[in-house]
Design a protein around this ligand. Structure first.
Ligand code: ATP
Ligand code: MG
Length: 754
């Protein structure tokens, strides 16, 4: 058949076709958001299968999230049907790395049933290593060590390869020794952390040319999406595997590189052309996703970045609405107004799943969750500290992990006395001591301790019972379906009973979650498969999002698109984040700006940005300034709103004047600062920076969400508004009827009793 007339090519533009049809040799597709990179990549995969250029198991395809992998699989299935079933090597770097590692685990001292540690376990383990080395834990934390080790792993460095002077990155020169100790603990536990999944692959490949050769021959074609976010270890891994056939196609957008903080290196894009000489470089310039206003706003914003390759984007879609920017009083109001917007879109016939709220940090989600619950709007949280990070999930998983691998000491520690079995700290100390002395896992140490006289009679009885139970469940695991096993274990262990008896207000919710967990297990044929899945998923909900609003972080939204996108919290110190502003140089700020670009470019028809004048963070009220990114949006693509109505491009502040009046604090900053009342285009942010910086993020109320000392009816005095009487009290927010200034909302720390 003529490859060029294949039905799946219809509708692709010339450049996309080239990306699909240039099957041989290295290809780099470099293009802006929404230009159809992922679509071209997916079609390329379908084409390879359809032309039988390779069998499904000879293609390696890397996506950034498990969700993206699933979607790619679905799309390919739609194009070529069942052939997709054999695609064993389609997944994230982590999932593919884990698959390879399971096959050769013994070459790096692990067993094939090794446990994959999540971030939380990793920190606990790092903490134990620091403790064992007698290092001051207050100064050198487990979290810190885990971060340093991650950094090295991201760069592909095993302890032996870390440059000696970098030992000083942690604990006065002991960094490398601790890294070694950490690795040897992992081996004892028969466990790997996320970084190891690739590092161990690299070690295996480097030490065993025959194995490397086998994979190099196997992977006739390699495809990589979101290439701009690969780190060095991932790059080395790709480069090694591609050496034989060199049919590697990477697609990316330097403007969407948002994982620098996790070791991603945009330089990998530049390196590609050097390492794969003669690579075909394909650029796509037509955006198929967004309206001109959205695209124009995003392009204008990203133009403020200095470090970029630069590119042109155009779209032929209809004009559509401008990007909306709205100033509100506080976070609660923001959630309320967004909830209202969603309801009114719904009333116009739009499905909830066509709308997404994208936040900078996950703490921002709660306000929306509450609001959606109040309104009875179905929503789903993607990729947060969510289901599997909850206490009860982690406990239940620890039982299952210990049953799968009796070497898993972290799991043992977590549940040996949960529910309480009379195995307190004393007994555990004995077990840890025995484990260290004999260099054995805690399960083995328990058996030894049962024979010795070091435990009290009561502790021995409990421990014996516990060990017997784990043994019994491990035998059960061989011929029970995993969901039944999970249920049995949670019942027999007394874990479910523990929450049934608990008086905690959270207990009912936890019991529901445990039910949900068993439900999740039931979707797997093997315990192994389930546990791997849990360790690897960054998204929880497996079903499609029909009829639910999407709620997620900007990072999780990469590669996705929605007709309506809400971008709340565009305030200095939230977005850009405080951390990025504190950092020297512009790198962190530019990464924040790329994140903003990712956010805006997720929108197809409507993009709605908002910021609040007041923000409660960890219980403290802070005043906030609109994000500099708002300034950077080109005026012609933006429409400014306020609570009171449309303000348009007037030379006033972004939010309604009254909303700022209400803040009451920093009046000087607000009223005397020319920047605040600036014309949008008259003064650049930098010209008024020195003044507003004082106000930026300043705490204007202390003590929290707490209660106000004032009551309805109290007479108060406010510096600007004068005397008035309180008509309502809501936490620290007062509504005051001022004698001369009318009704205002103020925070109680700005008034005094009169
Ligand atoms: P991102 O950088 O955000 O990952 P992308 O470049 O991967 O974006 P896609 O997600 O592949 O872009 O495509 C964006 C949208 O444009 C999708 O809805 C896709 O179906 C559509 N699209 C892509 N190519 C074409 C085309 N040739 N004709 C019509 N629509 C297209
Ligand atoms: Mg994409």
């Amino acid at each position: 058949a003529d490859p060029e007339s294949a039905p799946y090519l219809v509708g692709l533009n010339d450049e996309q076709r080239a990306a699909v049809l240039t099957t041989e040799g290295p290809v780099l597709m470099l293009a802006g958001a929404g230009t159809g990179k992922t679509r071209a990549l997916t079609t390329r995969l379908a084409h390879l299968l359809n032309m039988q250029l390779a069998a499904p198991y000879q293609i390696l395809a890397v996506t950034f999230t498990n969700k993206a992998a699933r979607e790619m699989k679905e799309r390919i299935a739609a194009l070529v049907g069942d052939n997709v079933e054999g695609m064993k090597w389609l997944g994230t770097f982590h999932s593919i790395g884990a698959q390879i590692l399971r096959r050769h685990a013994e070459l790096v001292g692990l067993k094939s049933n090794f446990t994959i540690l999540d971030a939380d376990d990793q920190v606990r383990l790092a903490k134990q290593v620091i403790e064992a080395a007698n290092i001051d834990e207050k100064r050198w934390t487990g979290r810190g060590l885990a971060a340093v080790i991650d950094g090295w792993k991201n760069r592909g460095l095993v302890p032996e390869k870390v440059p000696a002077d970098e030992a000083y990155h942690f604990a006065d020169g002991r960094g490398i020794a601790l890294y070694k100790a950490y690795q040897s603990r992992l081996t004892t536990l028969n466990a790997a952390d996320f970084g190891d999944l690739l590092i161990h692959n690299l070690t295996i490949f480097q030490n065993n040319p025959d194995i490397l050769g086998e994979y190099q021959r196997r992977f006739r074609y390699m495809l990589v999406d979101e290439y701009q976010d690969t780190n060095v270890a991932q790059y080395l891994w790709l480069r090694l595997l591609a050496q034989k056939h060199k049919n590697i196609c990477c697609v990316g957008d330097d403007d969407q590189s948002i994982y620098g903080w996790r070791g991603a290196e945009v330089e990998n894009i530049l390196r590609f052309e050097k390492d794969f000489p003669g690579a075909a470089v394909i650029r796509l310039e037509r955006n198929y996703r967004s309206t001109p206003a959205i695209l124009g706003a995003a392009s204008g914003l990203i133009a403020s970045n200095k470090e970029r390759l630069g590119k042109t984007l155009w779209t032929s879609s209809d004009d559509g609405e401008k990007v909306r920017v709205r100033g509100v009083w506080d976070g609660e109001e923001e959630a309320r107004l967004i909830g209202d917007d969603i309801e009114s879109e719904q009333a116009k016939g739009r499905s909830l799943s066509d709308m997404a709220v994208l936040v900078r940090a996950s703490f921002q989600m709660r306000a929306f969750e509450e609001r959606f619950n109040t309104l009875g709007l179905a929503y789903r949280v993607v990729g947060g500290p969510r289901f599997y990070e909850r206490e009860e999930s982690r406990d239940a998983l620890s039982y299952l992990r210990l049953i799968r691998s009796s070497d898993d000491d972290l799991a043992f520690d977590r549940i040996v006395n949960k529910p309480k079995r009379g195995l307190g700290d004393k007994a555990l100390q004995v077990l840890h001591k025995v484990a260290r002395a004999n260099e054995v896992p805690l399960m083995v140490a328990s058996r030894i301790a049962l024979e010795s006289g070091e435990l009290t009679a009561a502790a021995r009885r409990s421990l014996l019972n516990f060990v017997d139970s784990i043994d019994r469940w491990s035998r059960d695991a061989k011929d029970m379906v995993p969901a039944d096993l999970a249920e049995l274990v949670l019942e027999e262990s007394g874990y479910i009973e523990m929450w049934k008896n608990s008086k905690s207000p959270q207990a009912p919710g936890k019991l529901d979650n445990l039910k949900e967990l068993i439900q999740a297990v039931s979707e797997f044929d093997t315990l192994e498969g389930y546990l791997d899945h849990v360790a690897l998923v960054s998204e929880l909900n497996e079903n499609t999002g029909d009829g639910q609003i999407w709620l997620m972080t900007l990072h999780a939204a990469k590669g996705l698109e929605f007709p309506v996108v809400f971008l709340p919290g565009w305030e200095e110190e939230i977005f850009p984040s405080k951390r990025s502003l504190d950092e020297n140089g512009n790198a962190a700020l530019e990464e924040e700006r790329r994140l903003a670009y990712v956010g805006v470019t997720r929108a197809e028809e409507s993009c709605r940005i908002s910021f609040a004048a007041n923000r409660q963070i960890y219980g403290r009220w802070q005043s906030a300034l609109p994000s500099r990114f708002i300034d950077e949006l080109p005026e012609e693509h933006v429409e400014v709103f306020s609570e009171q109505g449309l303000y348009g491009n007037t030379a006033t502040a972004y939010a309604s004047q009254s909303s700022f009046d209400n803040i009451g604090v920093k009046e000087d900053a607000y009223y005397e600062n020319p920047g605040w009342k600036r014309a949008r285009n008259a003064s650049s942010r930098s010209s008024f920076k020195p003044k507003t910086i004082e106000g930026r993020g300043k705490t204007i109320g202390v003590g929290a969400s707490g209660k106000s000392k004032f009551k309805v009816g109290n007479r108060v005095f406010h510096q600007k508004f004068g005397y008035g009487k309180i008509s309502s009290v809501e936490g620290q927010k007062l509504t005051v009827n001022f004698e001369h200034s009318g009704i205002k909302k103020v925070i109680d720390t700005f008034v005094e009793a009169a």
